[in-house]
Design a protein around this ligand. Structure first.
Ligand code: HEM
Length: 400
C-alpha cells in the first residue's frame, strides 16, 4: 500500500543504541523501540527501527517491501561513499537469491554434516577431558572459543591464523552498525590481519576435501555467478564463527544461572539443542540486521518513506511479551526452536542454523556427561560490539 497524506510518520526516538553502556545492557533500548510504536524513527541515525516480533519477522522476510540489496548493515551499499560489493548470498533478493541458496544447500549435504558430527565430537570430548580437572575456568576463552575456532575453520577447509578471528569478527559486527568509535577502533585492531585476508579464501588456499573446495567446484559447475565462490566461503566464515561462539556462551551462562534447567538437561541430554535455542532467544547474538524500504509504504497506519534503512532489532523481538509469555525466563522446555527470530526469518533464514545447533549440542553433551553442575564463579561481562551480543568473560566453576 502506498502512503496517504492522512497517515502519520513513525514517532521519533532520540536514543543511541550503540553506546557501550546500551550495548552491554540493551534492555531499556529494546523496550523503547518495541513499546513506543510499531515503527519508530531513530533521529541520530536517520533510519526506521522495528522491535516487535511480528514486524521484525515481516521486515526480514517481505523482500517486496524491505529489500536486502541495500545491504544488511546500516549504510546503503548502493550509495556513493558507502559502495561495496554485495554479499552474494545475504545481500540479494529472490528470485536471484533462490539459485544461490539451492546450490549452497546442496553442498551442505547430509553426508558432509555426518562427517562434521564425528569430527566435532572427537574435538569436544578431548577438550572436555582436558578441562574437567581445572575446577575454575573462564568459559569463553577456555572452552567455547577454542572449540569453535578449531572445528569450524577446519570444517570449512580454511587455514587462517586463529588470533585473527576475534579481531576480524569484532570488526565485521561493528561495521553492520554505525561508523562510531567502536567501529573505528576495531578496524584499526584488525588492520594487520586484513592484508592477507582475501588470500585465505582463494582457490589455492582451500584445504583439500573441505567445504571451501566444494564451493569452488559448485561455481565451476555453474551453481554460482563466476568469481563469487571465494566470497561465499568468506560469508560462511563471517556469519558462522562469532555468532556461534556467542550463542554457546549465552547457553552456558543461562545454565549456570538456572540450575533447575541444567538438571533437566542432565536428565535428558537430547534437550541440548533446545537449551541453545532458548538461550539465543533470550540473548540474540545477531541483535540487529537491516533492510531498506523499496518505496513509500504503510505499516500499521504509519507512513514510511522509500529508500530508508530499517533496523530489525531481533534481540528486542525475541523478548516481545506479545509473543513470549514471561519473556525473560530461561526455560528449555518453552519450545522456542523454530519460533524465535535469532536465526532470521523468510528466504534469508540462517543457512547454517543446523551446523550451529550441532556444534552446541556436541559441546554441551560433552560437558553435561562429565559434570554434575556448573556454577558462576564471578561476574559475567559483555563485550560492546555494535550488532553482536556476546560475553567477554564467563567465570565458571565446574563441579565434577
Ligand atoms: C548462533 C549462531 C548463528 C546465528 C545467531 C546466526 C544468525 C543469522 C541470521 C539472523 C541470519 C539472517 C540474515 C538476514 O536475514 O539478512 C543468518 C543468515 C546466514 N547465516 Fe547464520 N547465524 C548463526 C550461525 C551460522 C553458521 C554456523 C553459519 C555457517 C555454517 C551461518 C551462515 C549464514 C549465512 C551464509 C547466512 C545468509 C543466508 C542467506 O542470506 O540466505 N550462520 N544467520
Amino acid at each position: 500500500m502506498t502512503s496517504g497524506s492522512t497517515m502519520t510518520a513513525p514517532p521519533a526516538l532520540d536514543i543511541d543504541p550503540f553506546t557501550p553502556g546500551n550495548l552491554c545492557a540493551p534492555e531499556a533500548v529494546q523496550e523503547a523501540i518495541r513499546e513506543t510504536a510499531p515503527v519508530v524513527y531513530l533521529t541520530r541515525y536517520e533510519m526506521y527501527a522495528v522491535g516487535r516480533y511480528d514486524l521484525v519477522q515481516t521486515a526480514l522476510s517481505d523482500y517486496a517491501r524491505f529489500t536486502s540489496t541495500g545491504g544488511i548493515g546500516m549504510s546503503d551499499i548502493r550509495k556513493p561513499g558507502a559502495w561495496r560489493t554485495p554479499s552474494p548470498i545475504a545481500e540479494i533478493d529472490p528470485p536471484e537469491h533462490r539459485n544461490v541458496r539451492k546450490t549452497l544447500q546442496k553442498v551442505l549435504s547430509p553426508i558432509i554434516i555426518r562427517q562434521w558430527r564425528e569430527d566435532f565430537t572427537r574435538v569436544a570430548e578431548a577438550q572436555a577431558d582436558a578441562i574437567i580437572a581445572s575446577g575454575s575456568v573462564e568459559a569463553m576463552k577456555d572452552i567455547v572459543e577454542p572449540f569453535i575456532l578449531k572445528v569450524f575453520p577446519d570444517a570449512l577447509g580454511i587455514d587462517m591464523p586463529r588470533e585473527a578471528f576475534p579481531l576480524i569478527g569484532e570488526m565485521n559486527f561493528n561495521q553492520i552498525g554505525p561508523y562510531n568509535d567502536l567501529t573505528r577502533k576495531s578496524v584499526e585492531a584488525a588492520g594487520p590481519h586484513l592484508e592477507n585476508y582475501e588470500q585465505y579464501f582463494s582457490r589455492e588456499s582451500m584445504v583439500k576435501g573441505g567445504f571451501g573446495e566444494k564451493i569452488y567446484a559448485a561455481e565451476d559447475d555453474g551453481g554460482f555467478p563466476e568469481g563469487t565462490a571465494g566470497v561465499q566461503v568468506r560469508s560462511f566464515l563471517r556469519a558462522g564463527t562469532d555468532t556461534t561462539i556467542a550463542g554457546i556462551g549465552h547457553t552456558l551462562y543461562r545454565l549456570a544461572q538456572n540450575p533447575e534447567q541444567w538438571a533437566k538437561l542432565k536428565e535428558n541430554p537430547a534437550k541440548a539443542k533446545a537449551a541453545f535455542d532458548e538461550a539465543i532467544r533470550l540473548d540474540s547474538p545477531s541483535q540487529l540486521i537491516h533492510r531498506t524500504t523499496v518505496a513509500d509504504i504503510e505499516v500499521e497506519g504509519l507512513a514510511l518513506k522509500g529508500d530508508v534503512k530499517v533496523g530489525c532489532f531481533i534481540g528486542a523481538a525475541n523478548l516481545d511479551p506479545r509473543r513470549f509469555p514471561d519473556p525473560t525466563a530461561y526455560d528449555i522446555d518453552r519450545g522456542s526452536t523454530g519460533v524465535h527470530l535469532a536465526l532470521g526469518a523468510g528466504s534469508h533464514i540462517c543457512i547454517g542454523q543446523n551446523i550451529a545447533r550441532l556444534e552446541a549440542e556436541i559441546l554441551l553433551q560433552a560437558l553435561v556427561s562429565r559434570l554434575s553442575r556448573i556454577e558462576l564463579d564471578g561476574e559475567a561481562t559483555y563485550r560492546p560490539i555494535n550488532t553482536l551480543r556476546t560475553l567477554d568473560r564467563l567465570p565458571l566453576r565446574l563441579v565434577a
